[in-house]
Design a protein around this ligand. Structure first.
Ligand code: SF4
Length: 160
Protein backbone atom coordinates (compact mmCIF):
# COMPACT_ATOMS: atom_id res chain seq x y z
CA UNK A 1 0.00 0.00 0.00
CA UNK A 2 1.08 3.58 -0.65
CA UNK A 3 -0.20 6.95 0.55
CA UNK A 4 -0.62 9.92 -1.76
CA UNK A 5 -2.21 13.31 -1.33
CA UNK A 6 -3.19 14.37 -4.84
CA UNK A 7 -2.28 14.27 -8.51
CA UNK A 8 -1.69 17.39 -10.61
CA UNK A 9 -2.33 16.97 -14.33
CA UNK A 10 -0.44 19.86 -15.79
CA UNK A 11 2.65 21.13 -13.98
CA UNK A 12 5.37 22.97 -15.92
CA UNK A 13 7.70 23.52 -12.92
CA UNK A 14 8.43 19.96 -11.78
CA UNK A 15 10.56 18.85 -14.72
CA UNK A 16 10.74 19.55 -18.46
CA UNK A 17 7.54 19.94 -20.46
CA UNK A 18 4.09 19.37 -19.05
CA UNK A 19 4.15 16.76 -16.34
CA UNK A 20 1.78 14.67 -14.33
CA UNK A 21 2.81 15.21 -10.71
CA UNK A 22 1.96 12.71 -7.98
CA UNK A 23 2.26 14.21 -4.49
CA UNK A 24 3.04 11.41 -2.06
CA UNK A 25 2.07 11.77 1.57
CA UNK A 26 4.61 12.06 4.39
CA UNK A 27 7.74 14.06 5.09
CA UNK A 28 10.16 14.16 7.99
CA UNK A 29 12.41 17.08 7.05
CA UNK A 30 10.34 20.03 8.27
CA UNK A 31 12.21 22.48 6.01
CA UNK A 32 11.68 26.10 6.97
CA UNK A 33 9.48 27.74 4.31
CA UNK A 34 8.04 24.45 3.01
CA UNK A 35 4.96 24.96 0.82
CA UNK A 36 3.43 21.59 1.66
CA UNK A 37 3.34 21.17 5.47
CA UNK A 38 -0.07 19.49 5.14
CA UNK A 39 1.79 16.57 3.57
CA UNK A 40 4.00 15.93 6.63
CA UNK A 41 1.89 13.28 8.48
CA UNK A 42 2.80 9.82 7.24
CA UNK A 43 -0.58 8.42 8.26
CA UNK A 44 -2.80 10.85 6.32
CA UNK A 45 -3.66 11.22 2.64
CA UNK A 46 -5.20 8.46 0.54
CA UNK A 47 -4.03 4.91 1.10
CA UNK A 48 -4.17 2.81 -2.04
CA UNK A 49 -2.78 -0.40 -3.51
CA UNK A 50 0.38 0.29 -5.54
CA UNK A 51 -0.95 -1.23 -8.77
CA UNK A 52 -4.19 0.74 -8.42
CA UNK A 53 -2.23 3.97 -8.14
CA UNK A 54 -0.10 3.00 -11.14
CA UNK A 55 -3.27 2.34 -13.15
CA UNK A 56 -4.72 5.75 -12.18
CA UNK A 57 -1.48 7.43 -13.29
CA UNK A 58 -1.40 5.52 -16.59
CA UNK A 59 -5.00 6.50 -17.29
CA UNK A 60 -4.22 10.17 -16.74
CA UNK A 61 -1.08 10.23 -18.90
CA UNK A 62 -1.67 11.49 -22.42
CA UNK A 63 0.35 12.66 -25.42
CA UNK A 64 0.65 16.19 -23.96
CA UNK A 65 2.71 14.92 -21.04
CA UNK A 66 6.52 14.80 -21.14
CA UNK A 67 6.66 12.59 -18.10
CA UNK A 68 5.69 11.81 -14.52
CA UNK A 69 7.11 13.47 -11.41
CA UNK A 70 6.80 12.05 -7.91
CA UNK A 71 6.93 14.83 -5.33
CA UNK A 72 5.57 15.33 -1.86
CA UNK A 73 6.16 15.05 0.91
CA UNK A 74 9.23 12.93 0.44
CA UNK A 75 8.56 10.00 -1.92
CA UNK A 76 11.66 8.14 -0.70
CA UNK A 77 9.98 7.58 2.69
CA UNK A 78 7.72 5.13 0.81
CA UNK A 79 10.51 3.74 -1.35
CA UNK A 80 9.41 0.08 -1.51
CA UNK A 81 5.84 0.96 -2.39
CA UNK A 82 6.95 3.60 -4.87
CA UNK A 83 9.23 1.06 -6.56
CA UNK A 84 6.19 -1.18 -7.14
CA UNK A 85 4.24 1.74 -8.63
CA UNK A 86 7.09 2.71 -10.95
CA UNK A 87 7.81 -0.87 -12.01
CA UNK A 88 4.17 -1.32 -13.01
CA UNK A 89 4.22 1.94 -14.96
CA UNK A 90 7.50 0.95 -16.65
CA UNK A 91 6.05 -2.45 -17.61
CA UNK A 92 3.36 -0.60 -19.61
CA UNK A 93 5.27 2.53 -20.61
CA UNK A 94 9.02 1.72 -20.63
CA UNK A 95 9.67 4.99 -22.50
CA UNK A 96 8.12 7.31 -19.93
CA UNK A 97 10.38 9.90 -18.29
CA UNK A 98 10.24 9.70 -14.48
CA UNK A 99 11.52 12.25 -11.95
CA UNK A 100 11.56 11.93 -8.15
CA UNK A 101 12.06 14.73 -5.60
CA UNK A 102 13.54 13.96 -2.18
CA UNK A 103 15.05 15.59 0.89
CA UNK A 104 17.67 12.83 1.06
CA UNK A 105 21.04 13.22 -0.65
CA UNK A 106 21.93 11.00 -3.61
CA UNK A 107 25.03 9.75 -1.77
CA UNK A 108 22.86 8.40 1.07
CA UNK A 109 20.37 6.54 -1.12
CA UNK A 110 22.36 5.55 -4.21
CA UNK A 111 22.00 1.83 -3.41
CA UNK A 112 18.22 1.89 -3.58
CA UNK A 113 16.78 -0.32 -6.36
CA UNK A 114 14.29 2.49 -7.01
CA UNK A 115 17.00 4.66 -8.53
CA UNK A 116 17.59 2.18 -11.35
CA UNK A 117 14.00 2.76 -12.48
CA UNK A 118 14.01 6.55 -12.68
CA UNK A 119 15.59 9.18 -14.93
CA UNK A 120 16.15 12.14 -12.64
CA UNK A 121 16.42 12.69 -8.89
CA UNK A 122 16.14 16.20 -7.45
CA UNK A 123 17.84 15.81 -4.09
CA UNK A 124 18.37 17.77 -0.88
CA UNK A 125 16.13 19.59 1.53
CA UNK A 126 14.73 23.01 0.66
CA UNK A 127 16.87 25.70 2.34
CA UNK A 128 15.15 29.03 2.81
CA UNK A 129 18.45 30.95 2.97
CA UNK A 130 19.41 29.50 -0.43
CA UNK A 131 15.99 30.08 -2.00
CA UNK A 132 16.17 31.41 -5.56
CA UNK A 133 13.01 31.67 -7.66
CA UNK A 134 15.06 31.88 -10.87
CA UNK A 135 16.28 28.28 -10.47
CA UNK A 136 14.82 25.69 -12.80
CA UNK A 137 12.99 22.72 -11.27
CA UNK A 138 14.24 23.37 -7.72
CA UNK A 139 13.57 25.83 -4.93
CA UNK A 140 16.99 26.40 -3.38
CA UNK A 141 20.56 26.46 -4.72
CA UNK A 142 21.73 23.48 -2.62
CA UNK A 143 19.34 21.11 -4.37
CA UNK A 144 20.66 19.14 -7.35
CA UNK A 145 18.90 18.00 -10.51
CA UNK A 146 20.71 14.70 -11.05
CA UNK A 147 20.86 12.56 -14.17
CA UNK A 148 20.48 9.21 -12.46
CA UNK A 149 21.48 6.89 -15.28
CA UNK A 150 24.76 8.76 -15.86
CA UNK A 151 25.40 9.10 -12.12
CA UNK A 152 25.00 5.36 -11.51
CA UNK A 153 27.19 4.59 -14.55
CA UNK A 154 29.92 7.04 -13.53
CA UNK A 155 29.56 6.27 -9.82
CA UNK A 156 29.44 10.00 -9.08
CA UNK A 157 26.84 12.72 -9.18
CA UNK A 158 26.28 13.91 -12.74
CA UNK A 159 23.95 16.86 -13.05
CA UNK A 160 21.36 17.01 -15.81
S1 SF4 B 1 11.51 17.94 1.83
FE1 SF4 B 1 9.98 19.11 0.65
S2 SF4 B 1 7.97 18.53 1.51
FE2 SF4 B 1 9.55 17.89 2.97
S3 SF4 B 1 9.69 19.59 4.43
FE3 SF4 B 1 11.27 19.90 2.86
S4 SF4 B 1 10.31 21.24 1.32
FE4 SF4 B 1 8.65 20.36 2.58
Amino acid sequence: MIRYAHILNDSIVDGPGMRLVVFLQGCKWNCEGCHNPHLFPLDEGIEIDEVQLAKIILKKINSMHSGITFSGGDPILQKEALLKVIKYIRSRRPDINIWVYTGFLFEDINNLPLLKEIDVLVDGQFKLNEKDISLKFKGSANQRVIDIKKSLQNNKVTLL
